[in-house]
Ligand binder design. Structure first.
Ligand code: ZN
Length: 274
């Protein structure tokens, strides 16, 4: 989750050259892109992007680059860029899973870290275009952020994969769903990571994942011992003199941490249930 990936294999100059070599008859918008002044400006802006690194959020919005309008740049991205450069952007073997959620790419999309609707100069710039799964792309939307701590994620520059300082606490309830995992942030958690989890919806994603895991392990355990209801579970725990807690689900959970390797394994890794 929030993994760093290798920089794209092509630059804006190469992207323009590839589009040019695959264009027989240039339209007005393509001629605006191929204009030497436009190319020069796009190359300069790309250099600024590389220099900014994880401060990419501070780059200024531009609505037009020389004579290339935003509408034209976006249209070239959706057409010629997608047709000719998309595969080159994705040829790395690294792109097997989404750098934000670690999930499989279904479907694989390309996301503009700085939205193409506002940053014309980066609508076709590979360093601003990252492979994300459809869900993460959708959750992030047009988000930019005002400062470093509140900015979005560019996996070409940044790495928050240690998820350092994040744990999941489990609250036990008497009513259904009986337990509620809740993400906890210790003081050592970087504010930017905390914000990223929120922007991309990874906080509720982790809580959901933990809930699913707990549910599966409890189900497996209960099936094995033929515990089909809360009443039977209570009896089962009473028999084993395990019922020190009022909440039977909390008791079972604690019992399982001691007894189930699978459970302790997933709790011990980074001290999180993931
Ligand atoms: Zn994802």
């Amino acid at each position: 989750m929030f993994d760093k990936i290798s920089a794209p294999s092509i630059t804006i100059k190469q992207a323009i050259d590839i589009i040019k070599s695959n264009t027989k008859k240039g339209s007005t918008q393509l001629n605006h892109l191929f204009d030497s002044q436009t190319s020069r400006e796009l190359i300069n802006d790309e250099e600024l992007y590389y220099k900014s690194g994880s401060n990419f959020y501070s780059l200024k919005r531009k609505s037009i680059i020389n004579n290339l309008s935003n509408k034209e740049a976006v249209s070239i991205y959706k057409g010629k860029f997608n047709d000719n450069c998309r595969d080159l952007m994705l040829k790395s073997e690294e792109f097997q899973s989404c750098p934000v959620c670690d999930g499989p790419y279904y479907p694989l999309t390309l996301d503009h870290v700085l939205p193409k609707s506002e940053f014309t100069q980066f609508a076709l710039t590979p360093i601003n275009i990252v492979p994300l799964c459809w869900n993460c792309n959708k959750r992030k939307g047009e988000y930019v952020g005002l400062d470093y701590e509140r900015s979005s994620f560019n996996p070409y520059f940044e790495d928050f994969s240690s998820l350092s300082g994040i744990t999941i606490d489990v609250e036990f309830l008497d009513s259904y769903p009986r337990f509620k995992p809740k993400i906890l942030y210790s003081k050592e958690v970087e504010p930017k990571l905390k914000n990223l989890l929120h922007i991309y919806g990874m906080d509720s994603f982790l809580e959901g994942k933990a809930a699913k895991k707990i549910k599966n392990i409890i189900k497996k355990y209960s099936d094995l011992r033929k515990i089909s209801s809360s009443r039977k579970l209570k009896k089962f725990l009473e028999k084993r003199k395990k019922l020190e807690e009022k909440n039977i689900w909390k008791t079972l959970f604690q019992h399982l941490i001691d007894k189930t390797d699978e459970f302790s394994e997933c709790i011990n890794r980074n001290n999180t249930i993931v």
